[in-house]
Design a protein. Structure first.
Length: 302
């Protein structure tokens, strides 16, 4: 009997068995901006980044030990290069969220969904559709209004850092698609090497930067800070990665992408409900435009 011959009552249930864990990843990622903001200061950014990914890395390395040994020298070098870009992304995001609201951070970073197709069109010298350009314009207008929630003032340094982080995410996506050496590598070893490279960068910068050492910052953490750190490491990194790997084998990549694309909604919800963010009328209008523009852009680029 064909696998399509499933009772109609059972099909939605099985779909939701896959969708719910992916949606939970989007919720975790959305809440990660608030969690990072609450446990990080400008002086402890590097220490927190070392701790977050050093805690996650052993689990990934153990799970992917066989596939790591199978990587070629070129694949190791390509993954390490991607790890340097990834380190830049997390530095920009974490310093950015320290200096802006969790709501702004989550919404501004969602511009990656607009920037990536635009950058890809520029690289391949293809013209974006009018519909996609309209979505991009709507999203940019939304960010302008979002960052002016208290009136028309200069955007905060954190807003600008999050905008640069969205650009860096775009560079990372393009690099993954254009570095030939990594295109045949598995997702698990590729991610593990990237995170390892990023941790090395964070550790070197921490040692040279004069801020508190990771272990010094860790000894100063209370229960709340440790809970936030474990949330970022276990749920937002290890759990998120394995759910994505599991889900793409059971449903379409586009469906996974669509569910993960709800991340800005959860970021805004966590920032407003738990973080005490207040956007004002302009900010609320801007957030709505960002969400509408990125959703429109995702459909137009499909």
């Amino acid at each position: 009997m064909s696998s399509l011959a499933v009772p109609a009552v059972l099909a939605p249930r099985r779909t939701w068995h896959t969708d719910l864990p992916v949606l939970l990843v989007a919720v975790c990622w959305g809440a990660s901006y608030l969690a990072a903001k609450e446990i990080t200061t400008a002086r402890t950014v590097l220490a927190v980044l070392v701790l977050r990914f050093a805690l996650a890395l052993p689990a990934l390395a153990v799970a992917g030990r066989r596939s790591l040994r199978a990587l070629t020298g070129a694949q190791w070098r390509g993954a390490a290069l991607l790890g340097l870009i990834l380190a830049g992304i997390f530095l920009l995001e974490t310093y950015g969220v320290v200096h802006t609201s969790a709501t702004n951070a989550g919404l501004i970073i969602s511009l990656t969904m607009i920037f990536t197709p635009l950058a890809e069109a520029a690289v391949t010298r293809t013209r974006p559709t009018p519909s996609f350009l309209g979505a991009a314009a709507l999203s940019v207008l939304g960010v302008v209004l979002l960052t002016q929630g208290a009136g028309f003032t200069r955007p905060s340094p954190g807003d600008l850092l999050m905008l640069l982080a969205a650009c860096a995410r775009t560079v990372h996506v393009l690099a993954m698609s254009r570095i030939k050496a990594v295109q045949g590598a598995g997702a698990l070893p590729l991610t593990t090497v990237q995170l390892g490279s990023a941790v090395a960068v964070f550790a070197l910068l921490s040692a040279a930067g004069g801020g508190p050492a990771p272990w010094t910052a860790a000894t100063g953490f209370g229960a709340r800070e440790w809970a936030g750190l474990l949330f970022l490491s276990a749920l937002c990194t290890v759990f998120a990665f394995f759910v994505q790997m599991w889900a793409v084998r059971r449903t379409s990549a586009s469906r996974v992408s669509l569910l993960l694309g709800t991340e800005p909604l959860w970021a805004a919800g966590a920032g407003i409900a738990l973080g005490g963010d207040r956007l004002g009328a302009l900010g609320l209008a801007g957030g709505a435009l960002v969400l509408a523009g990125t959703a429109w852009g995702r459909r137009a680029a499909a």
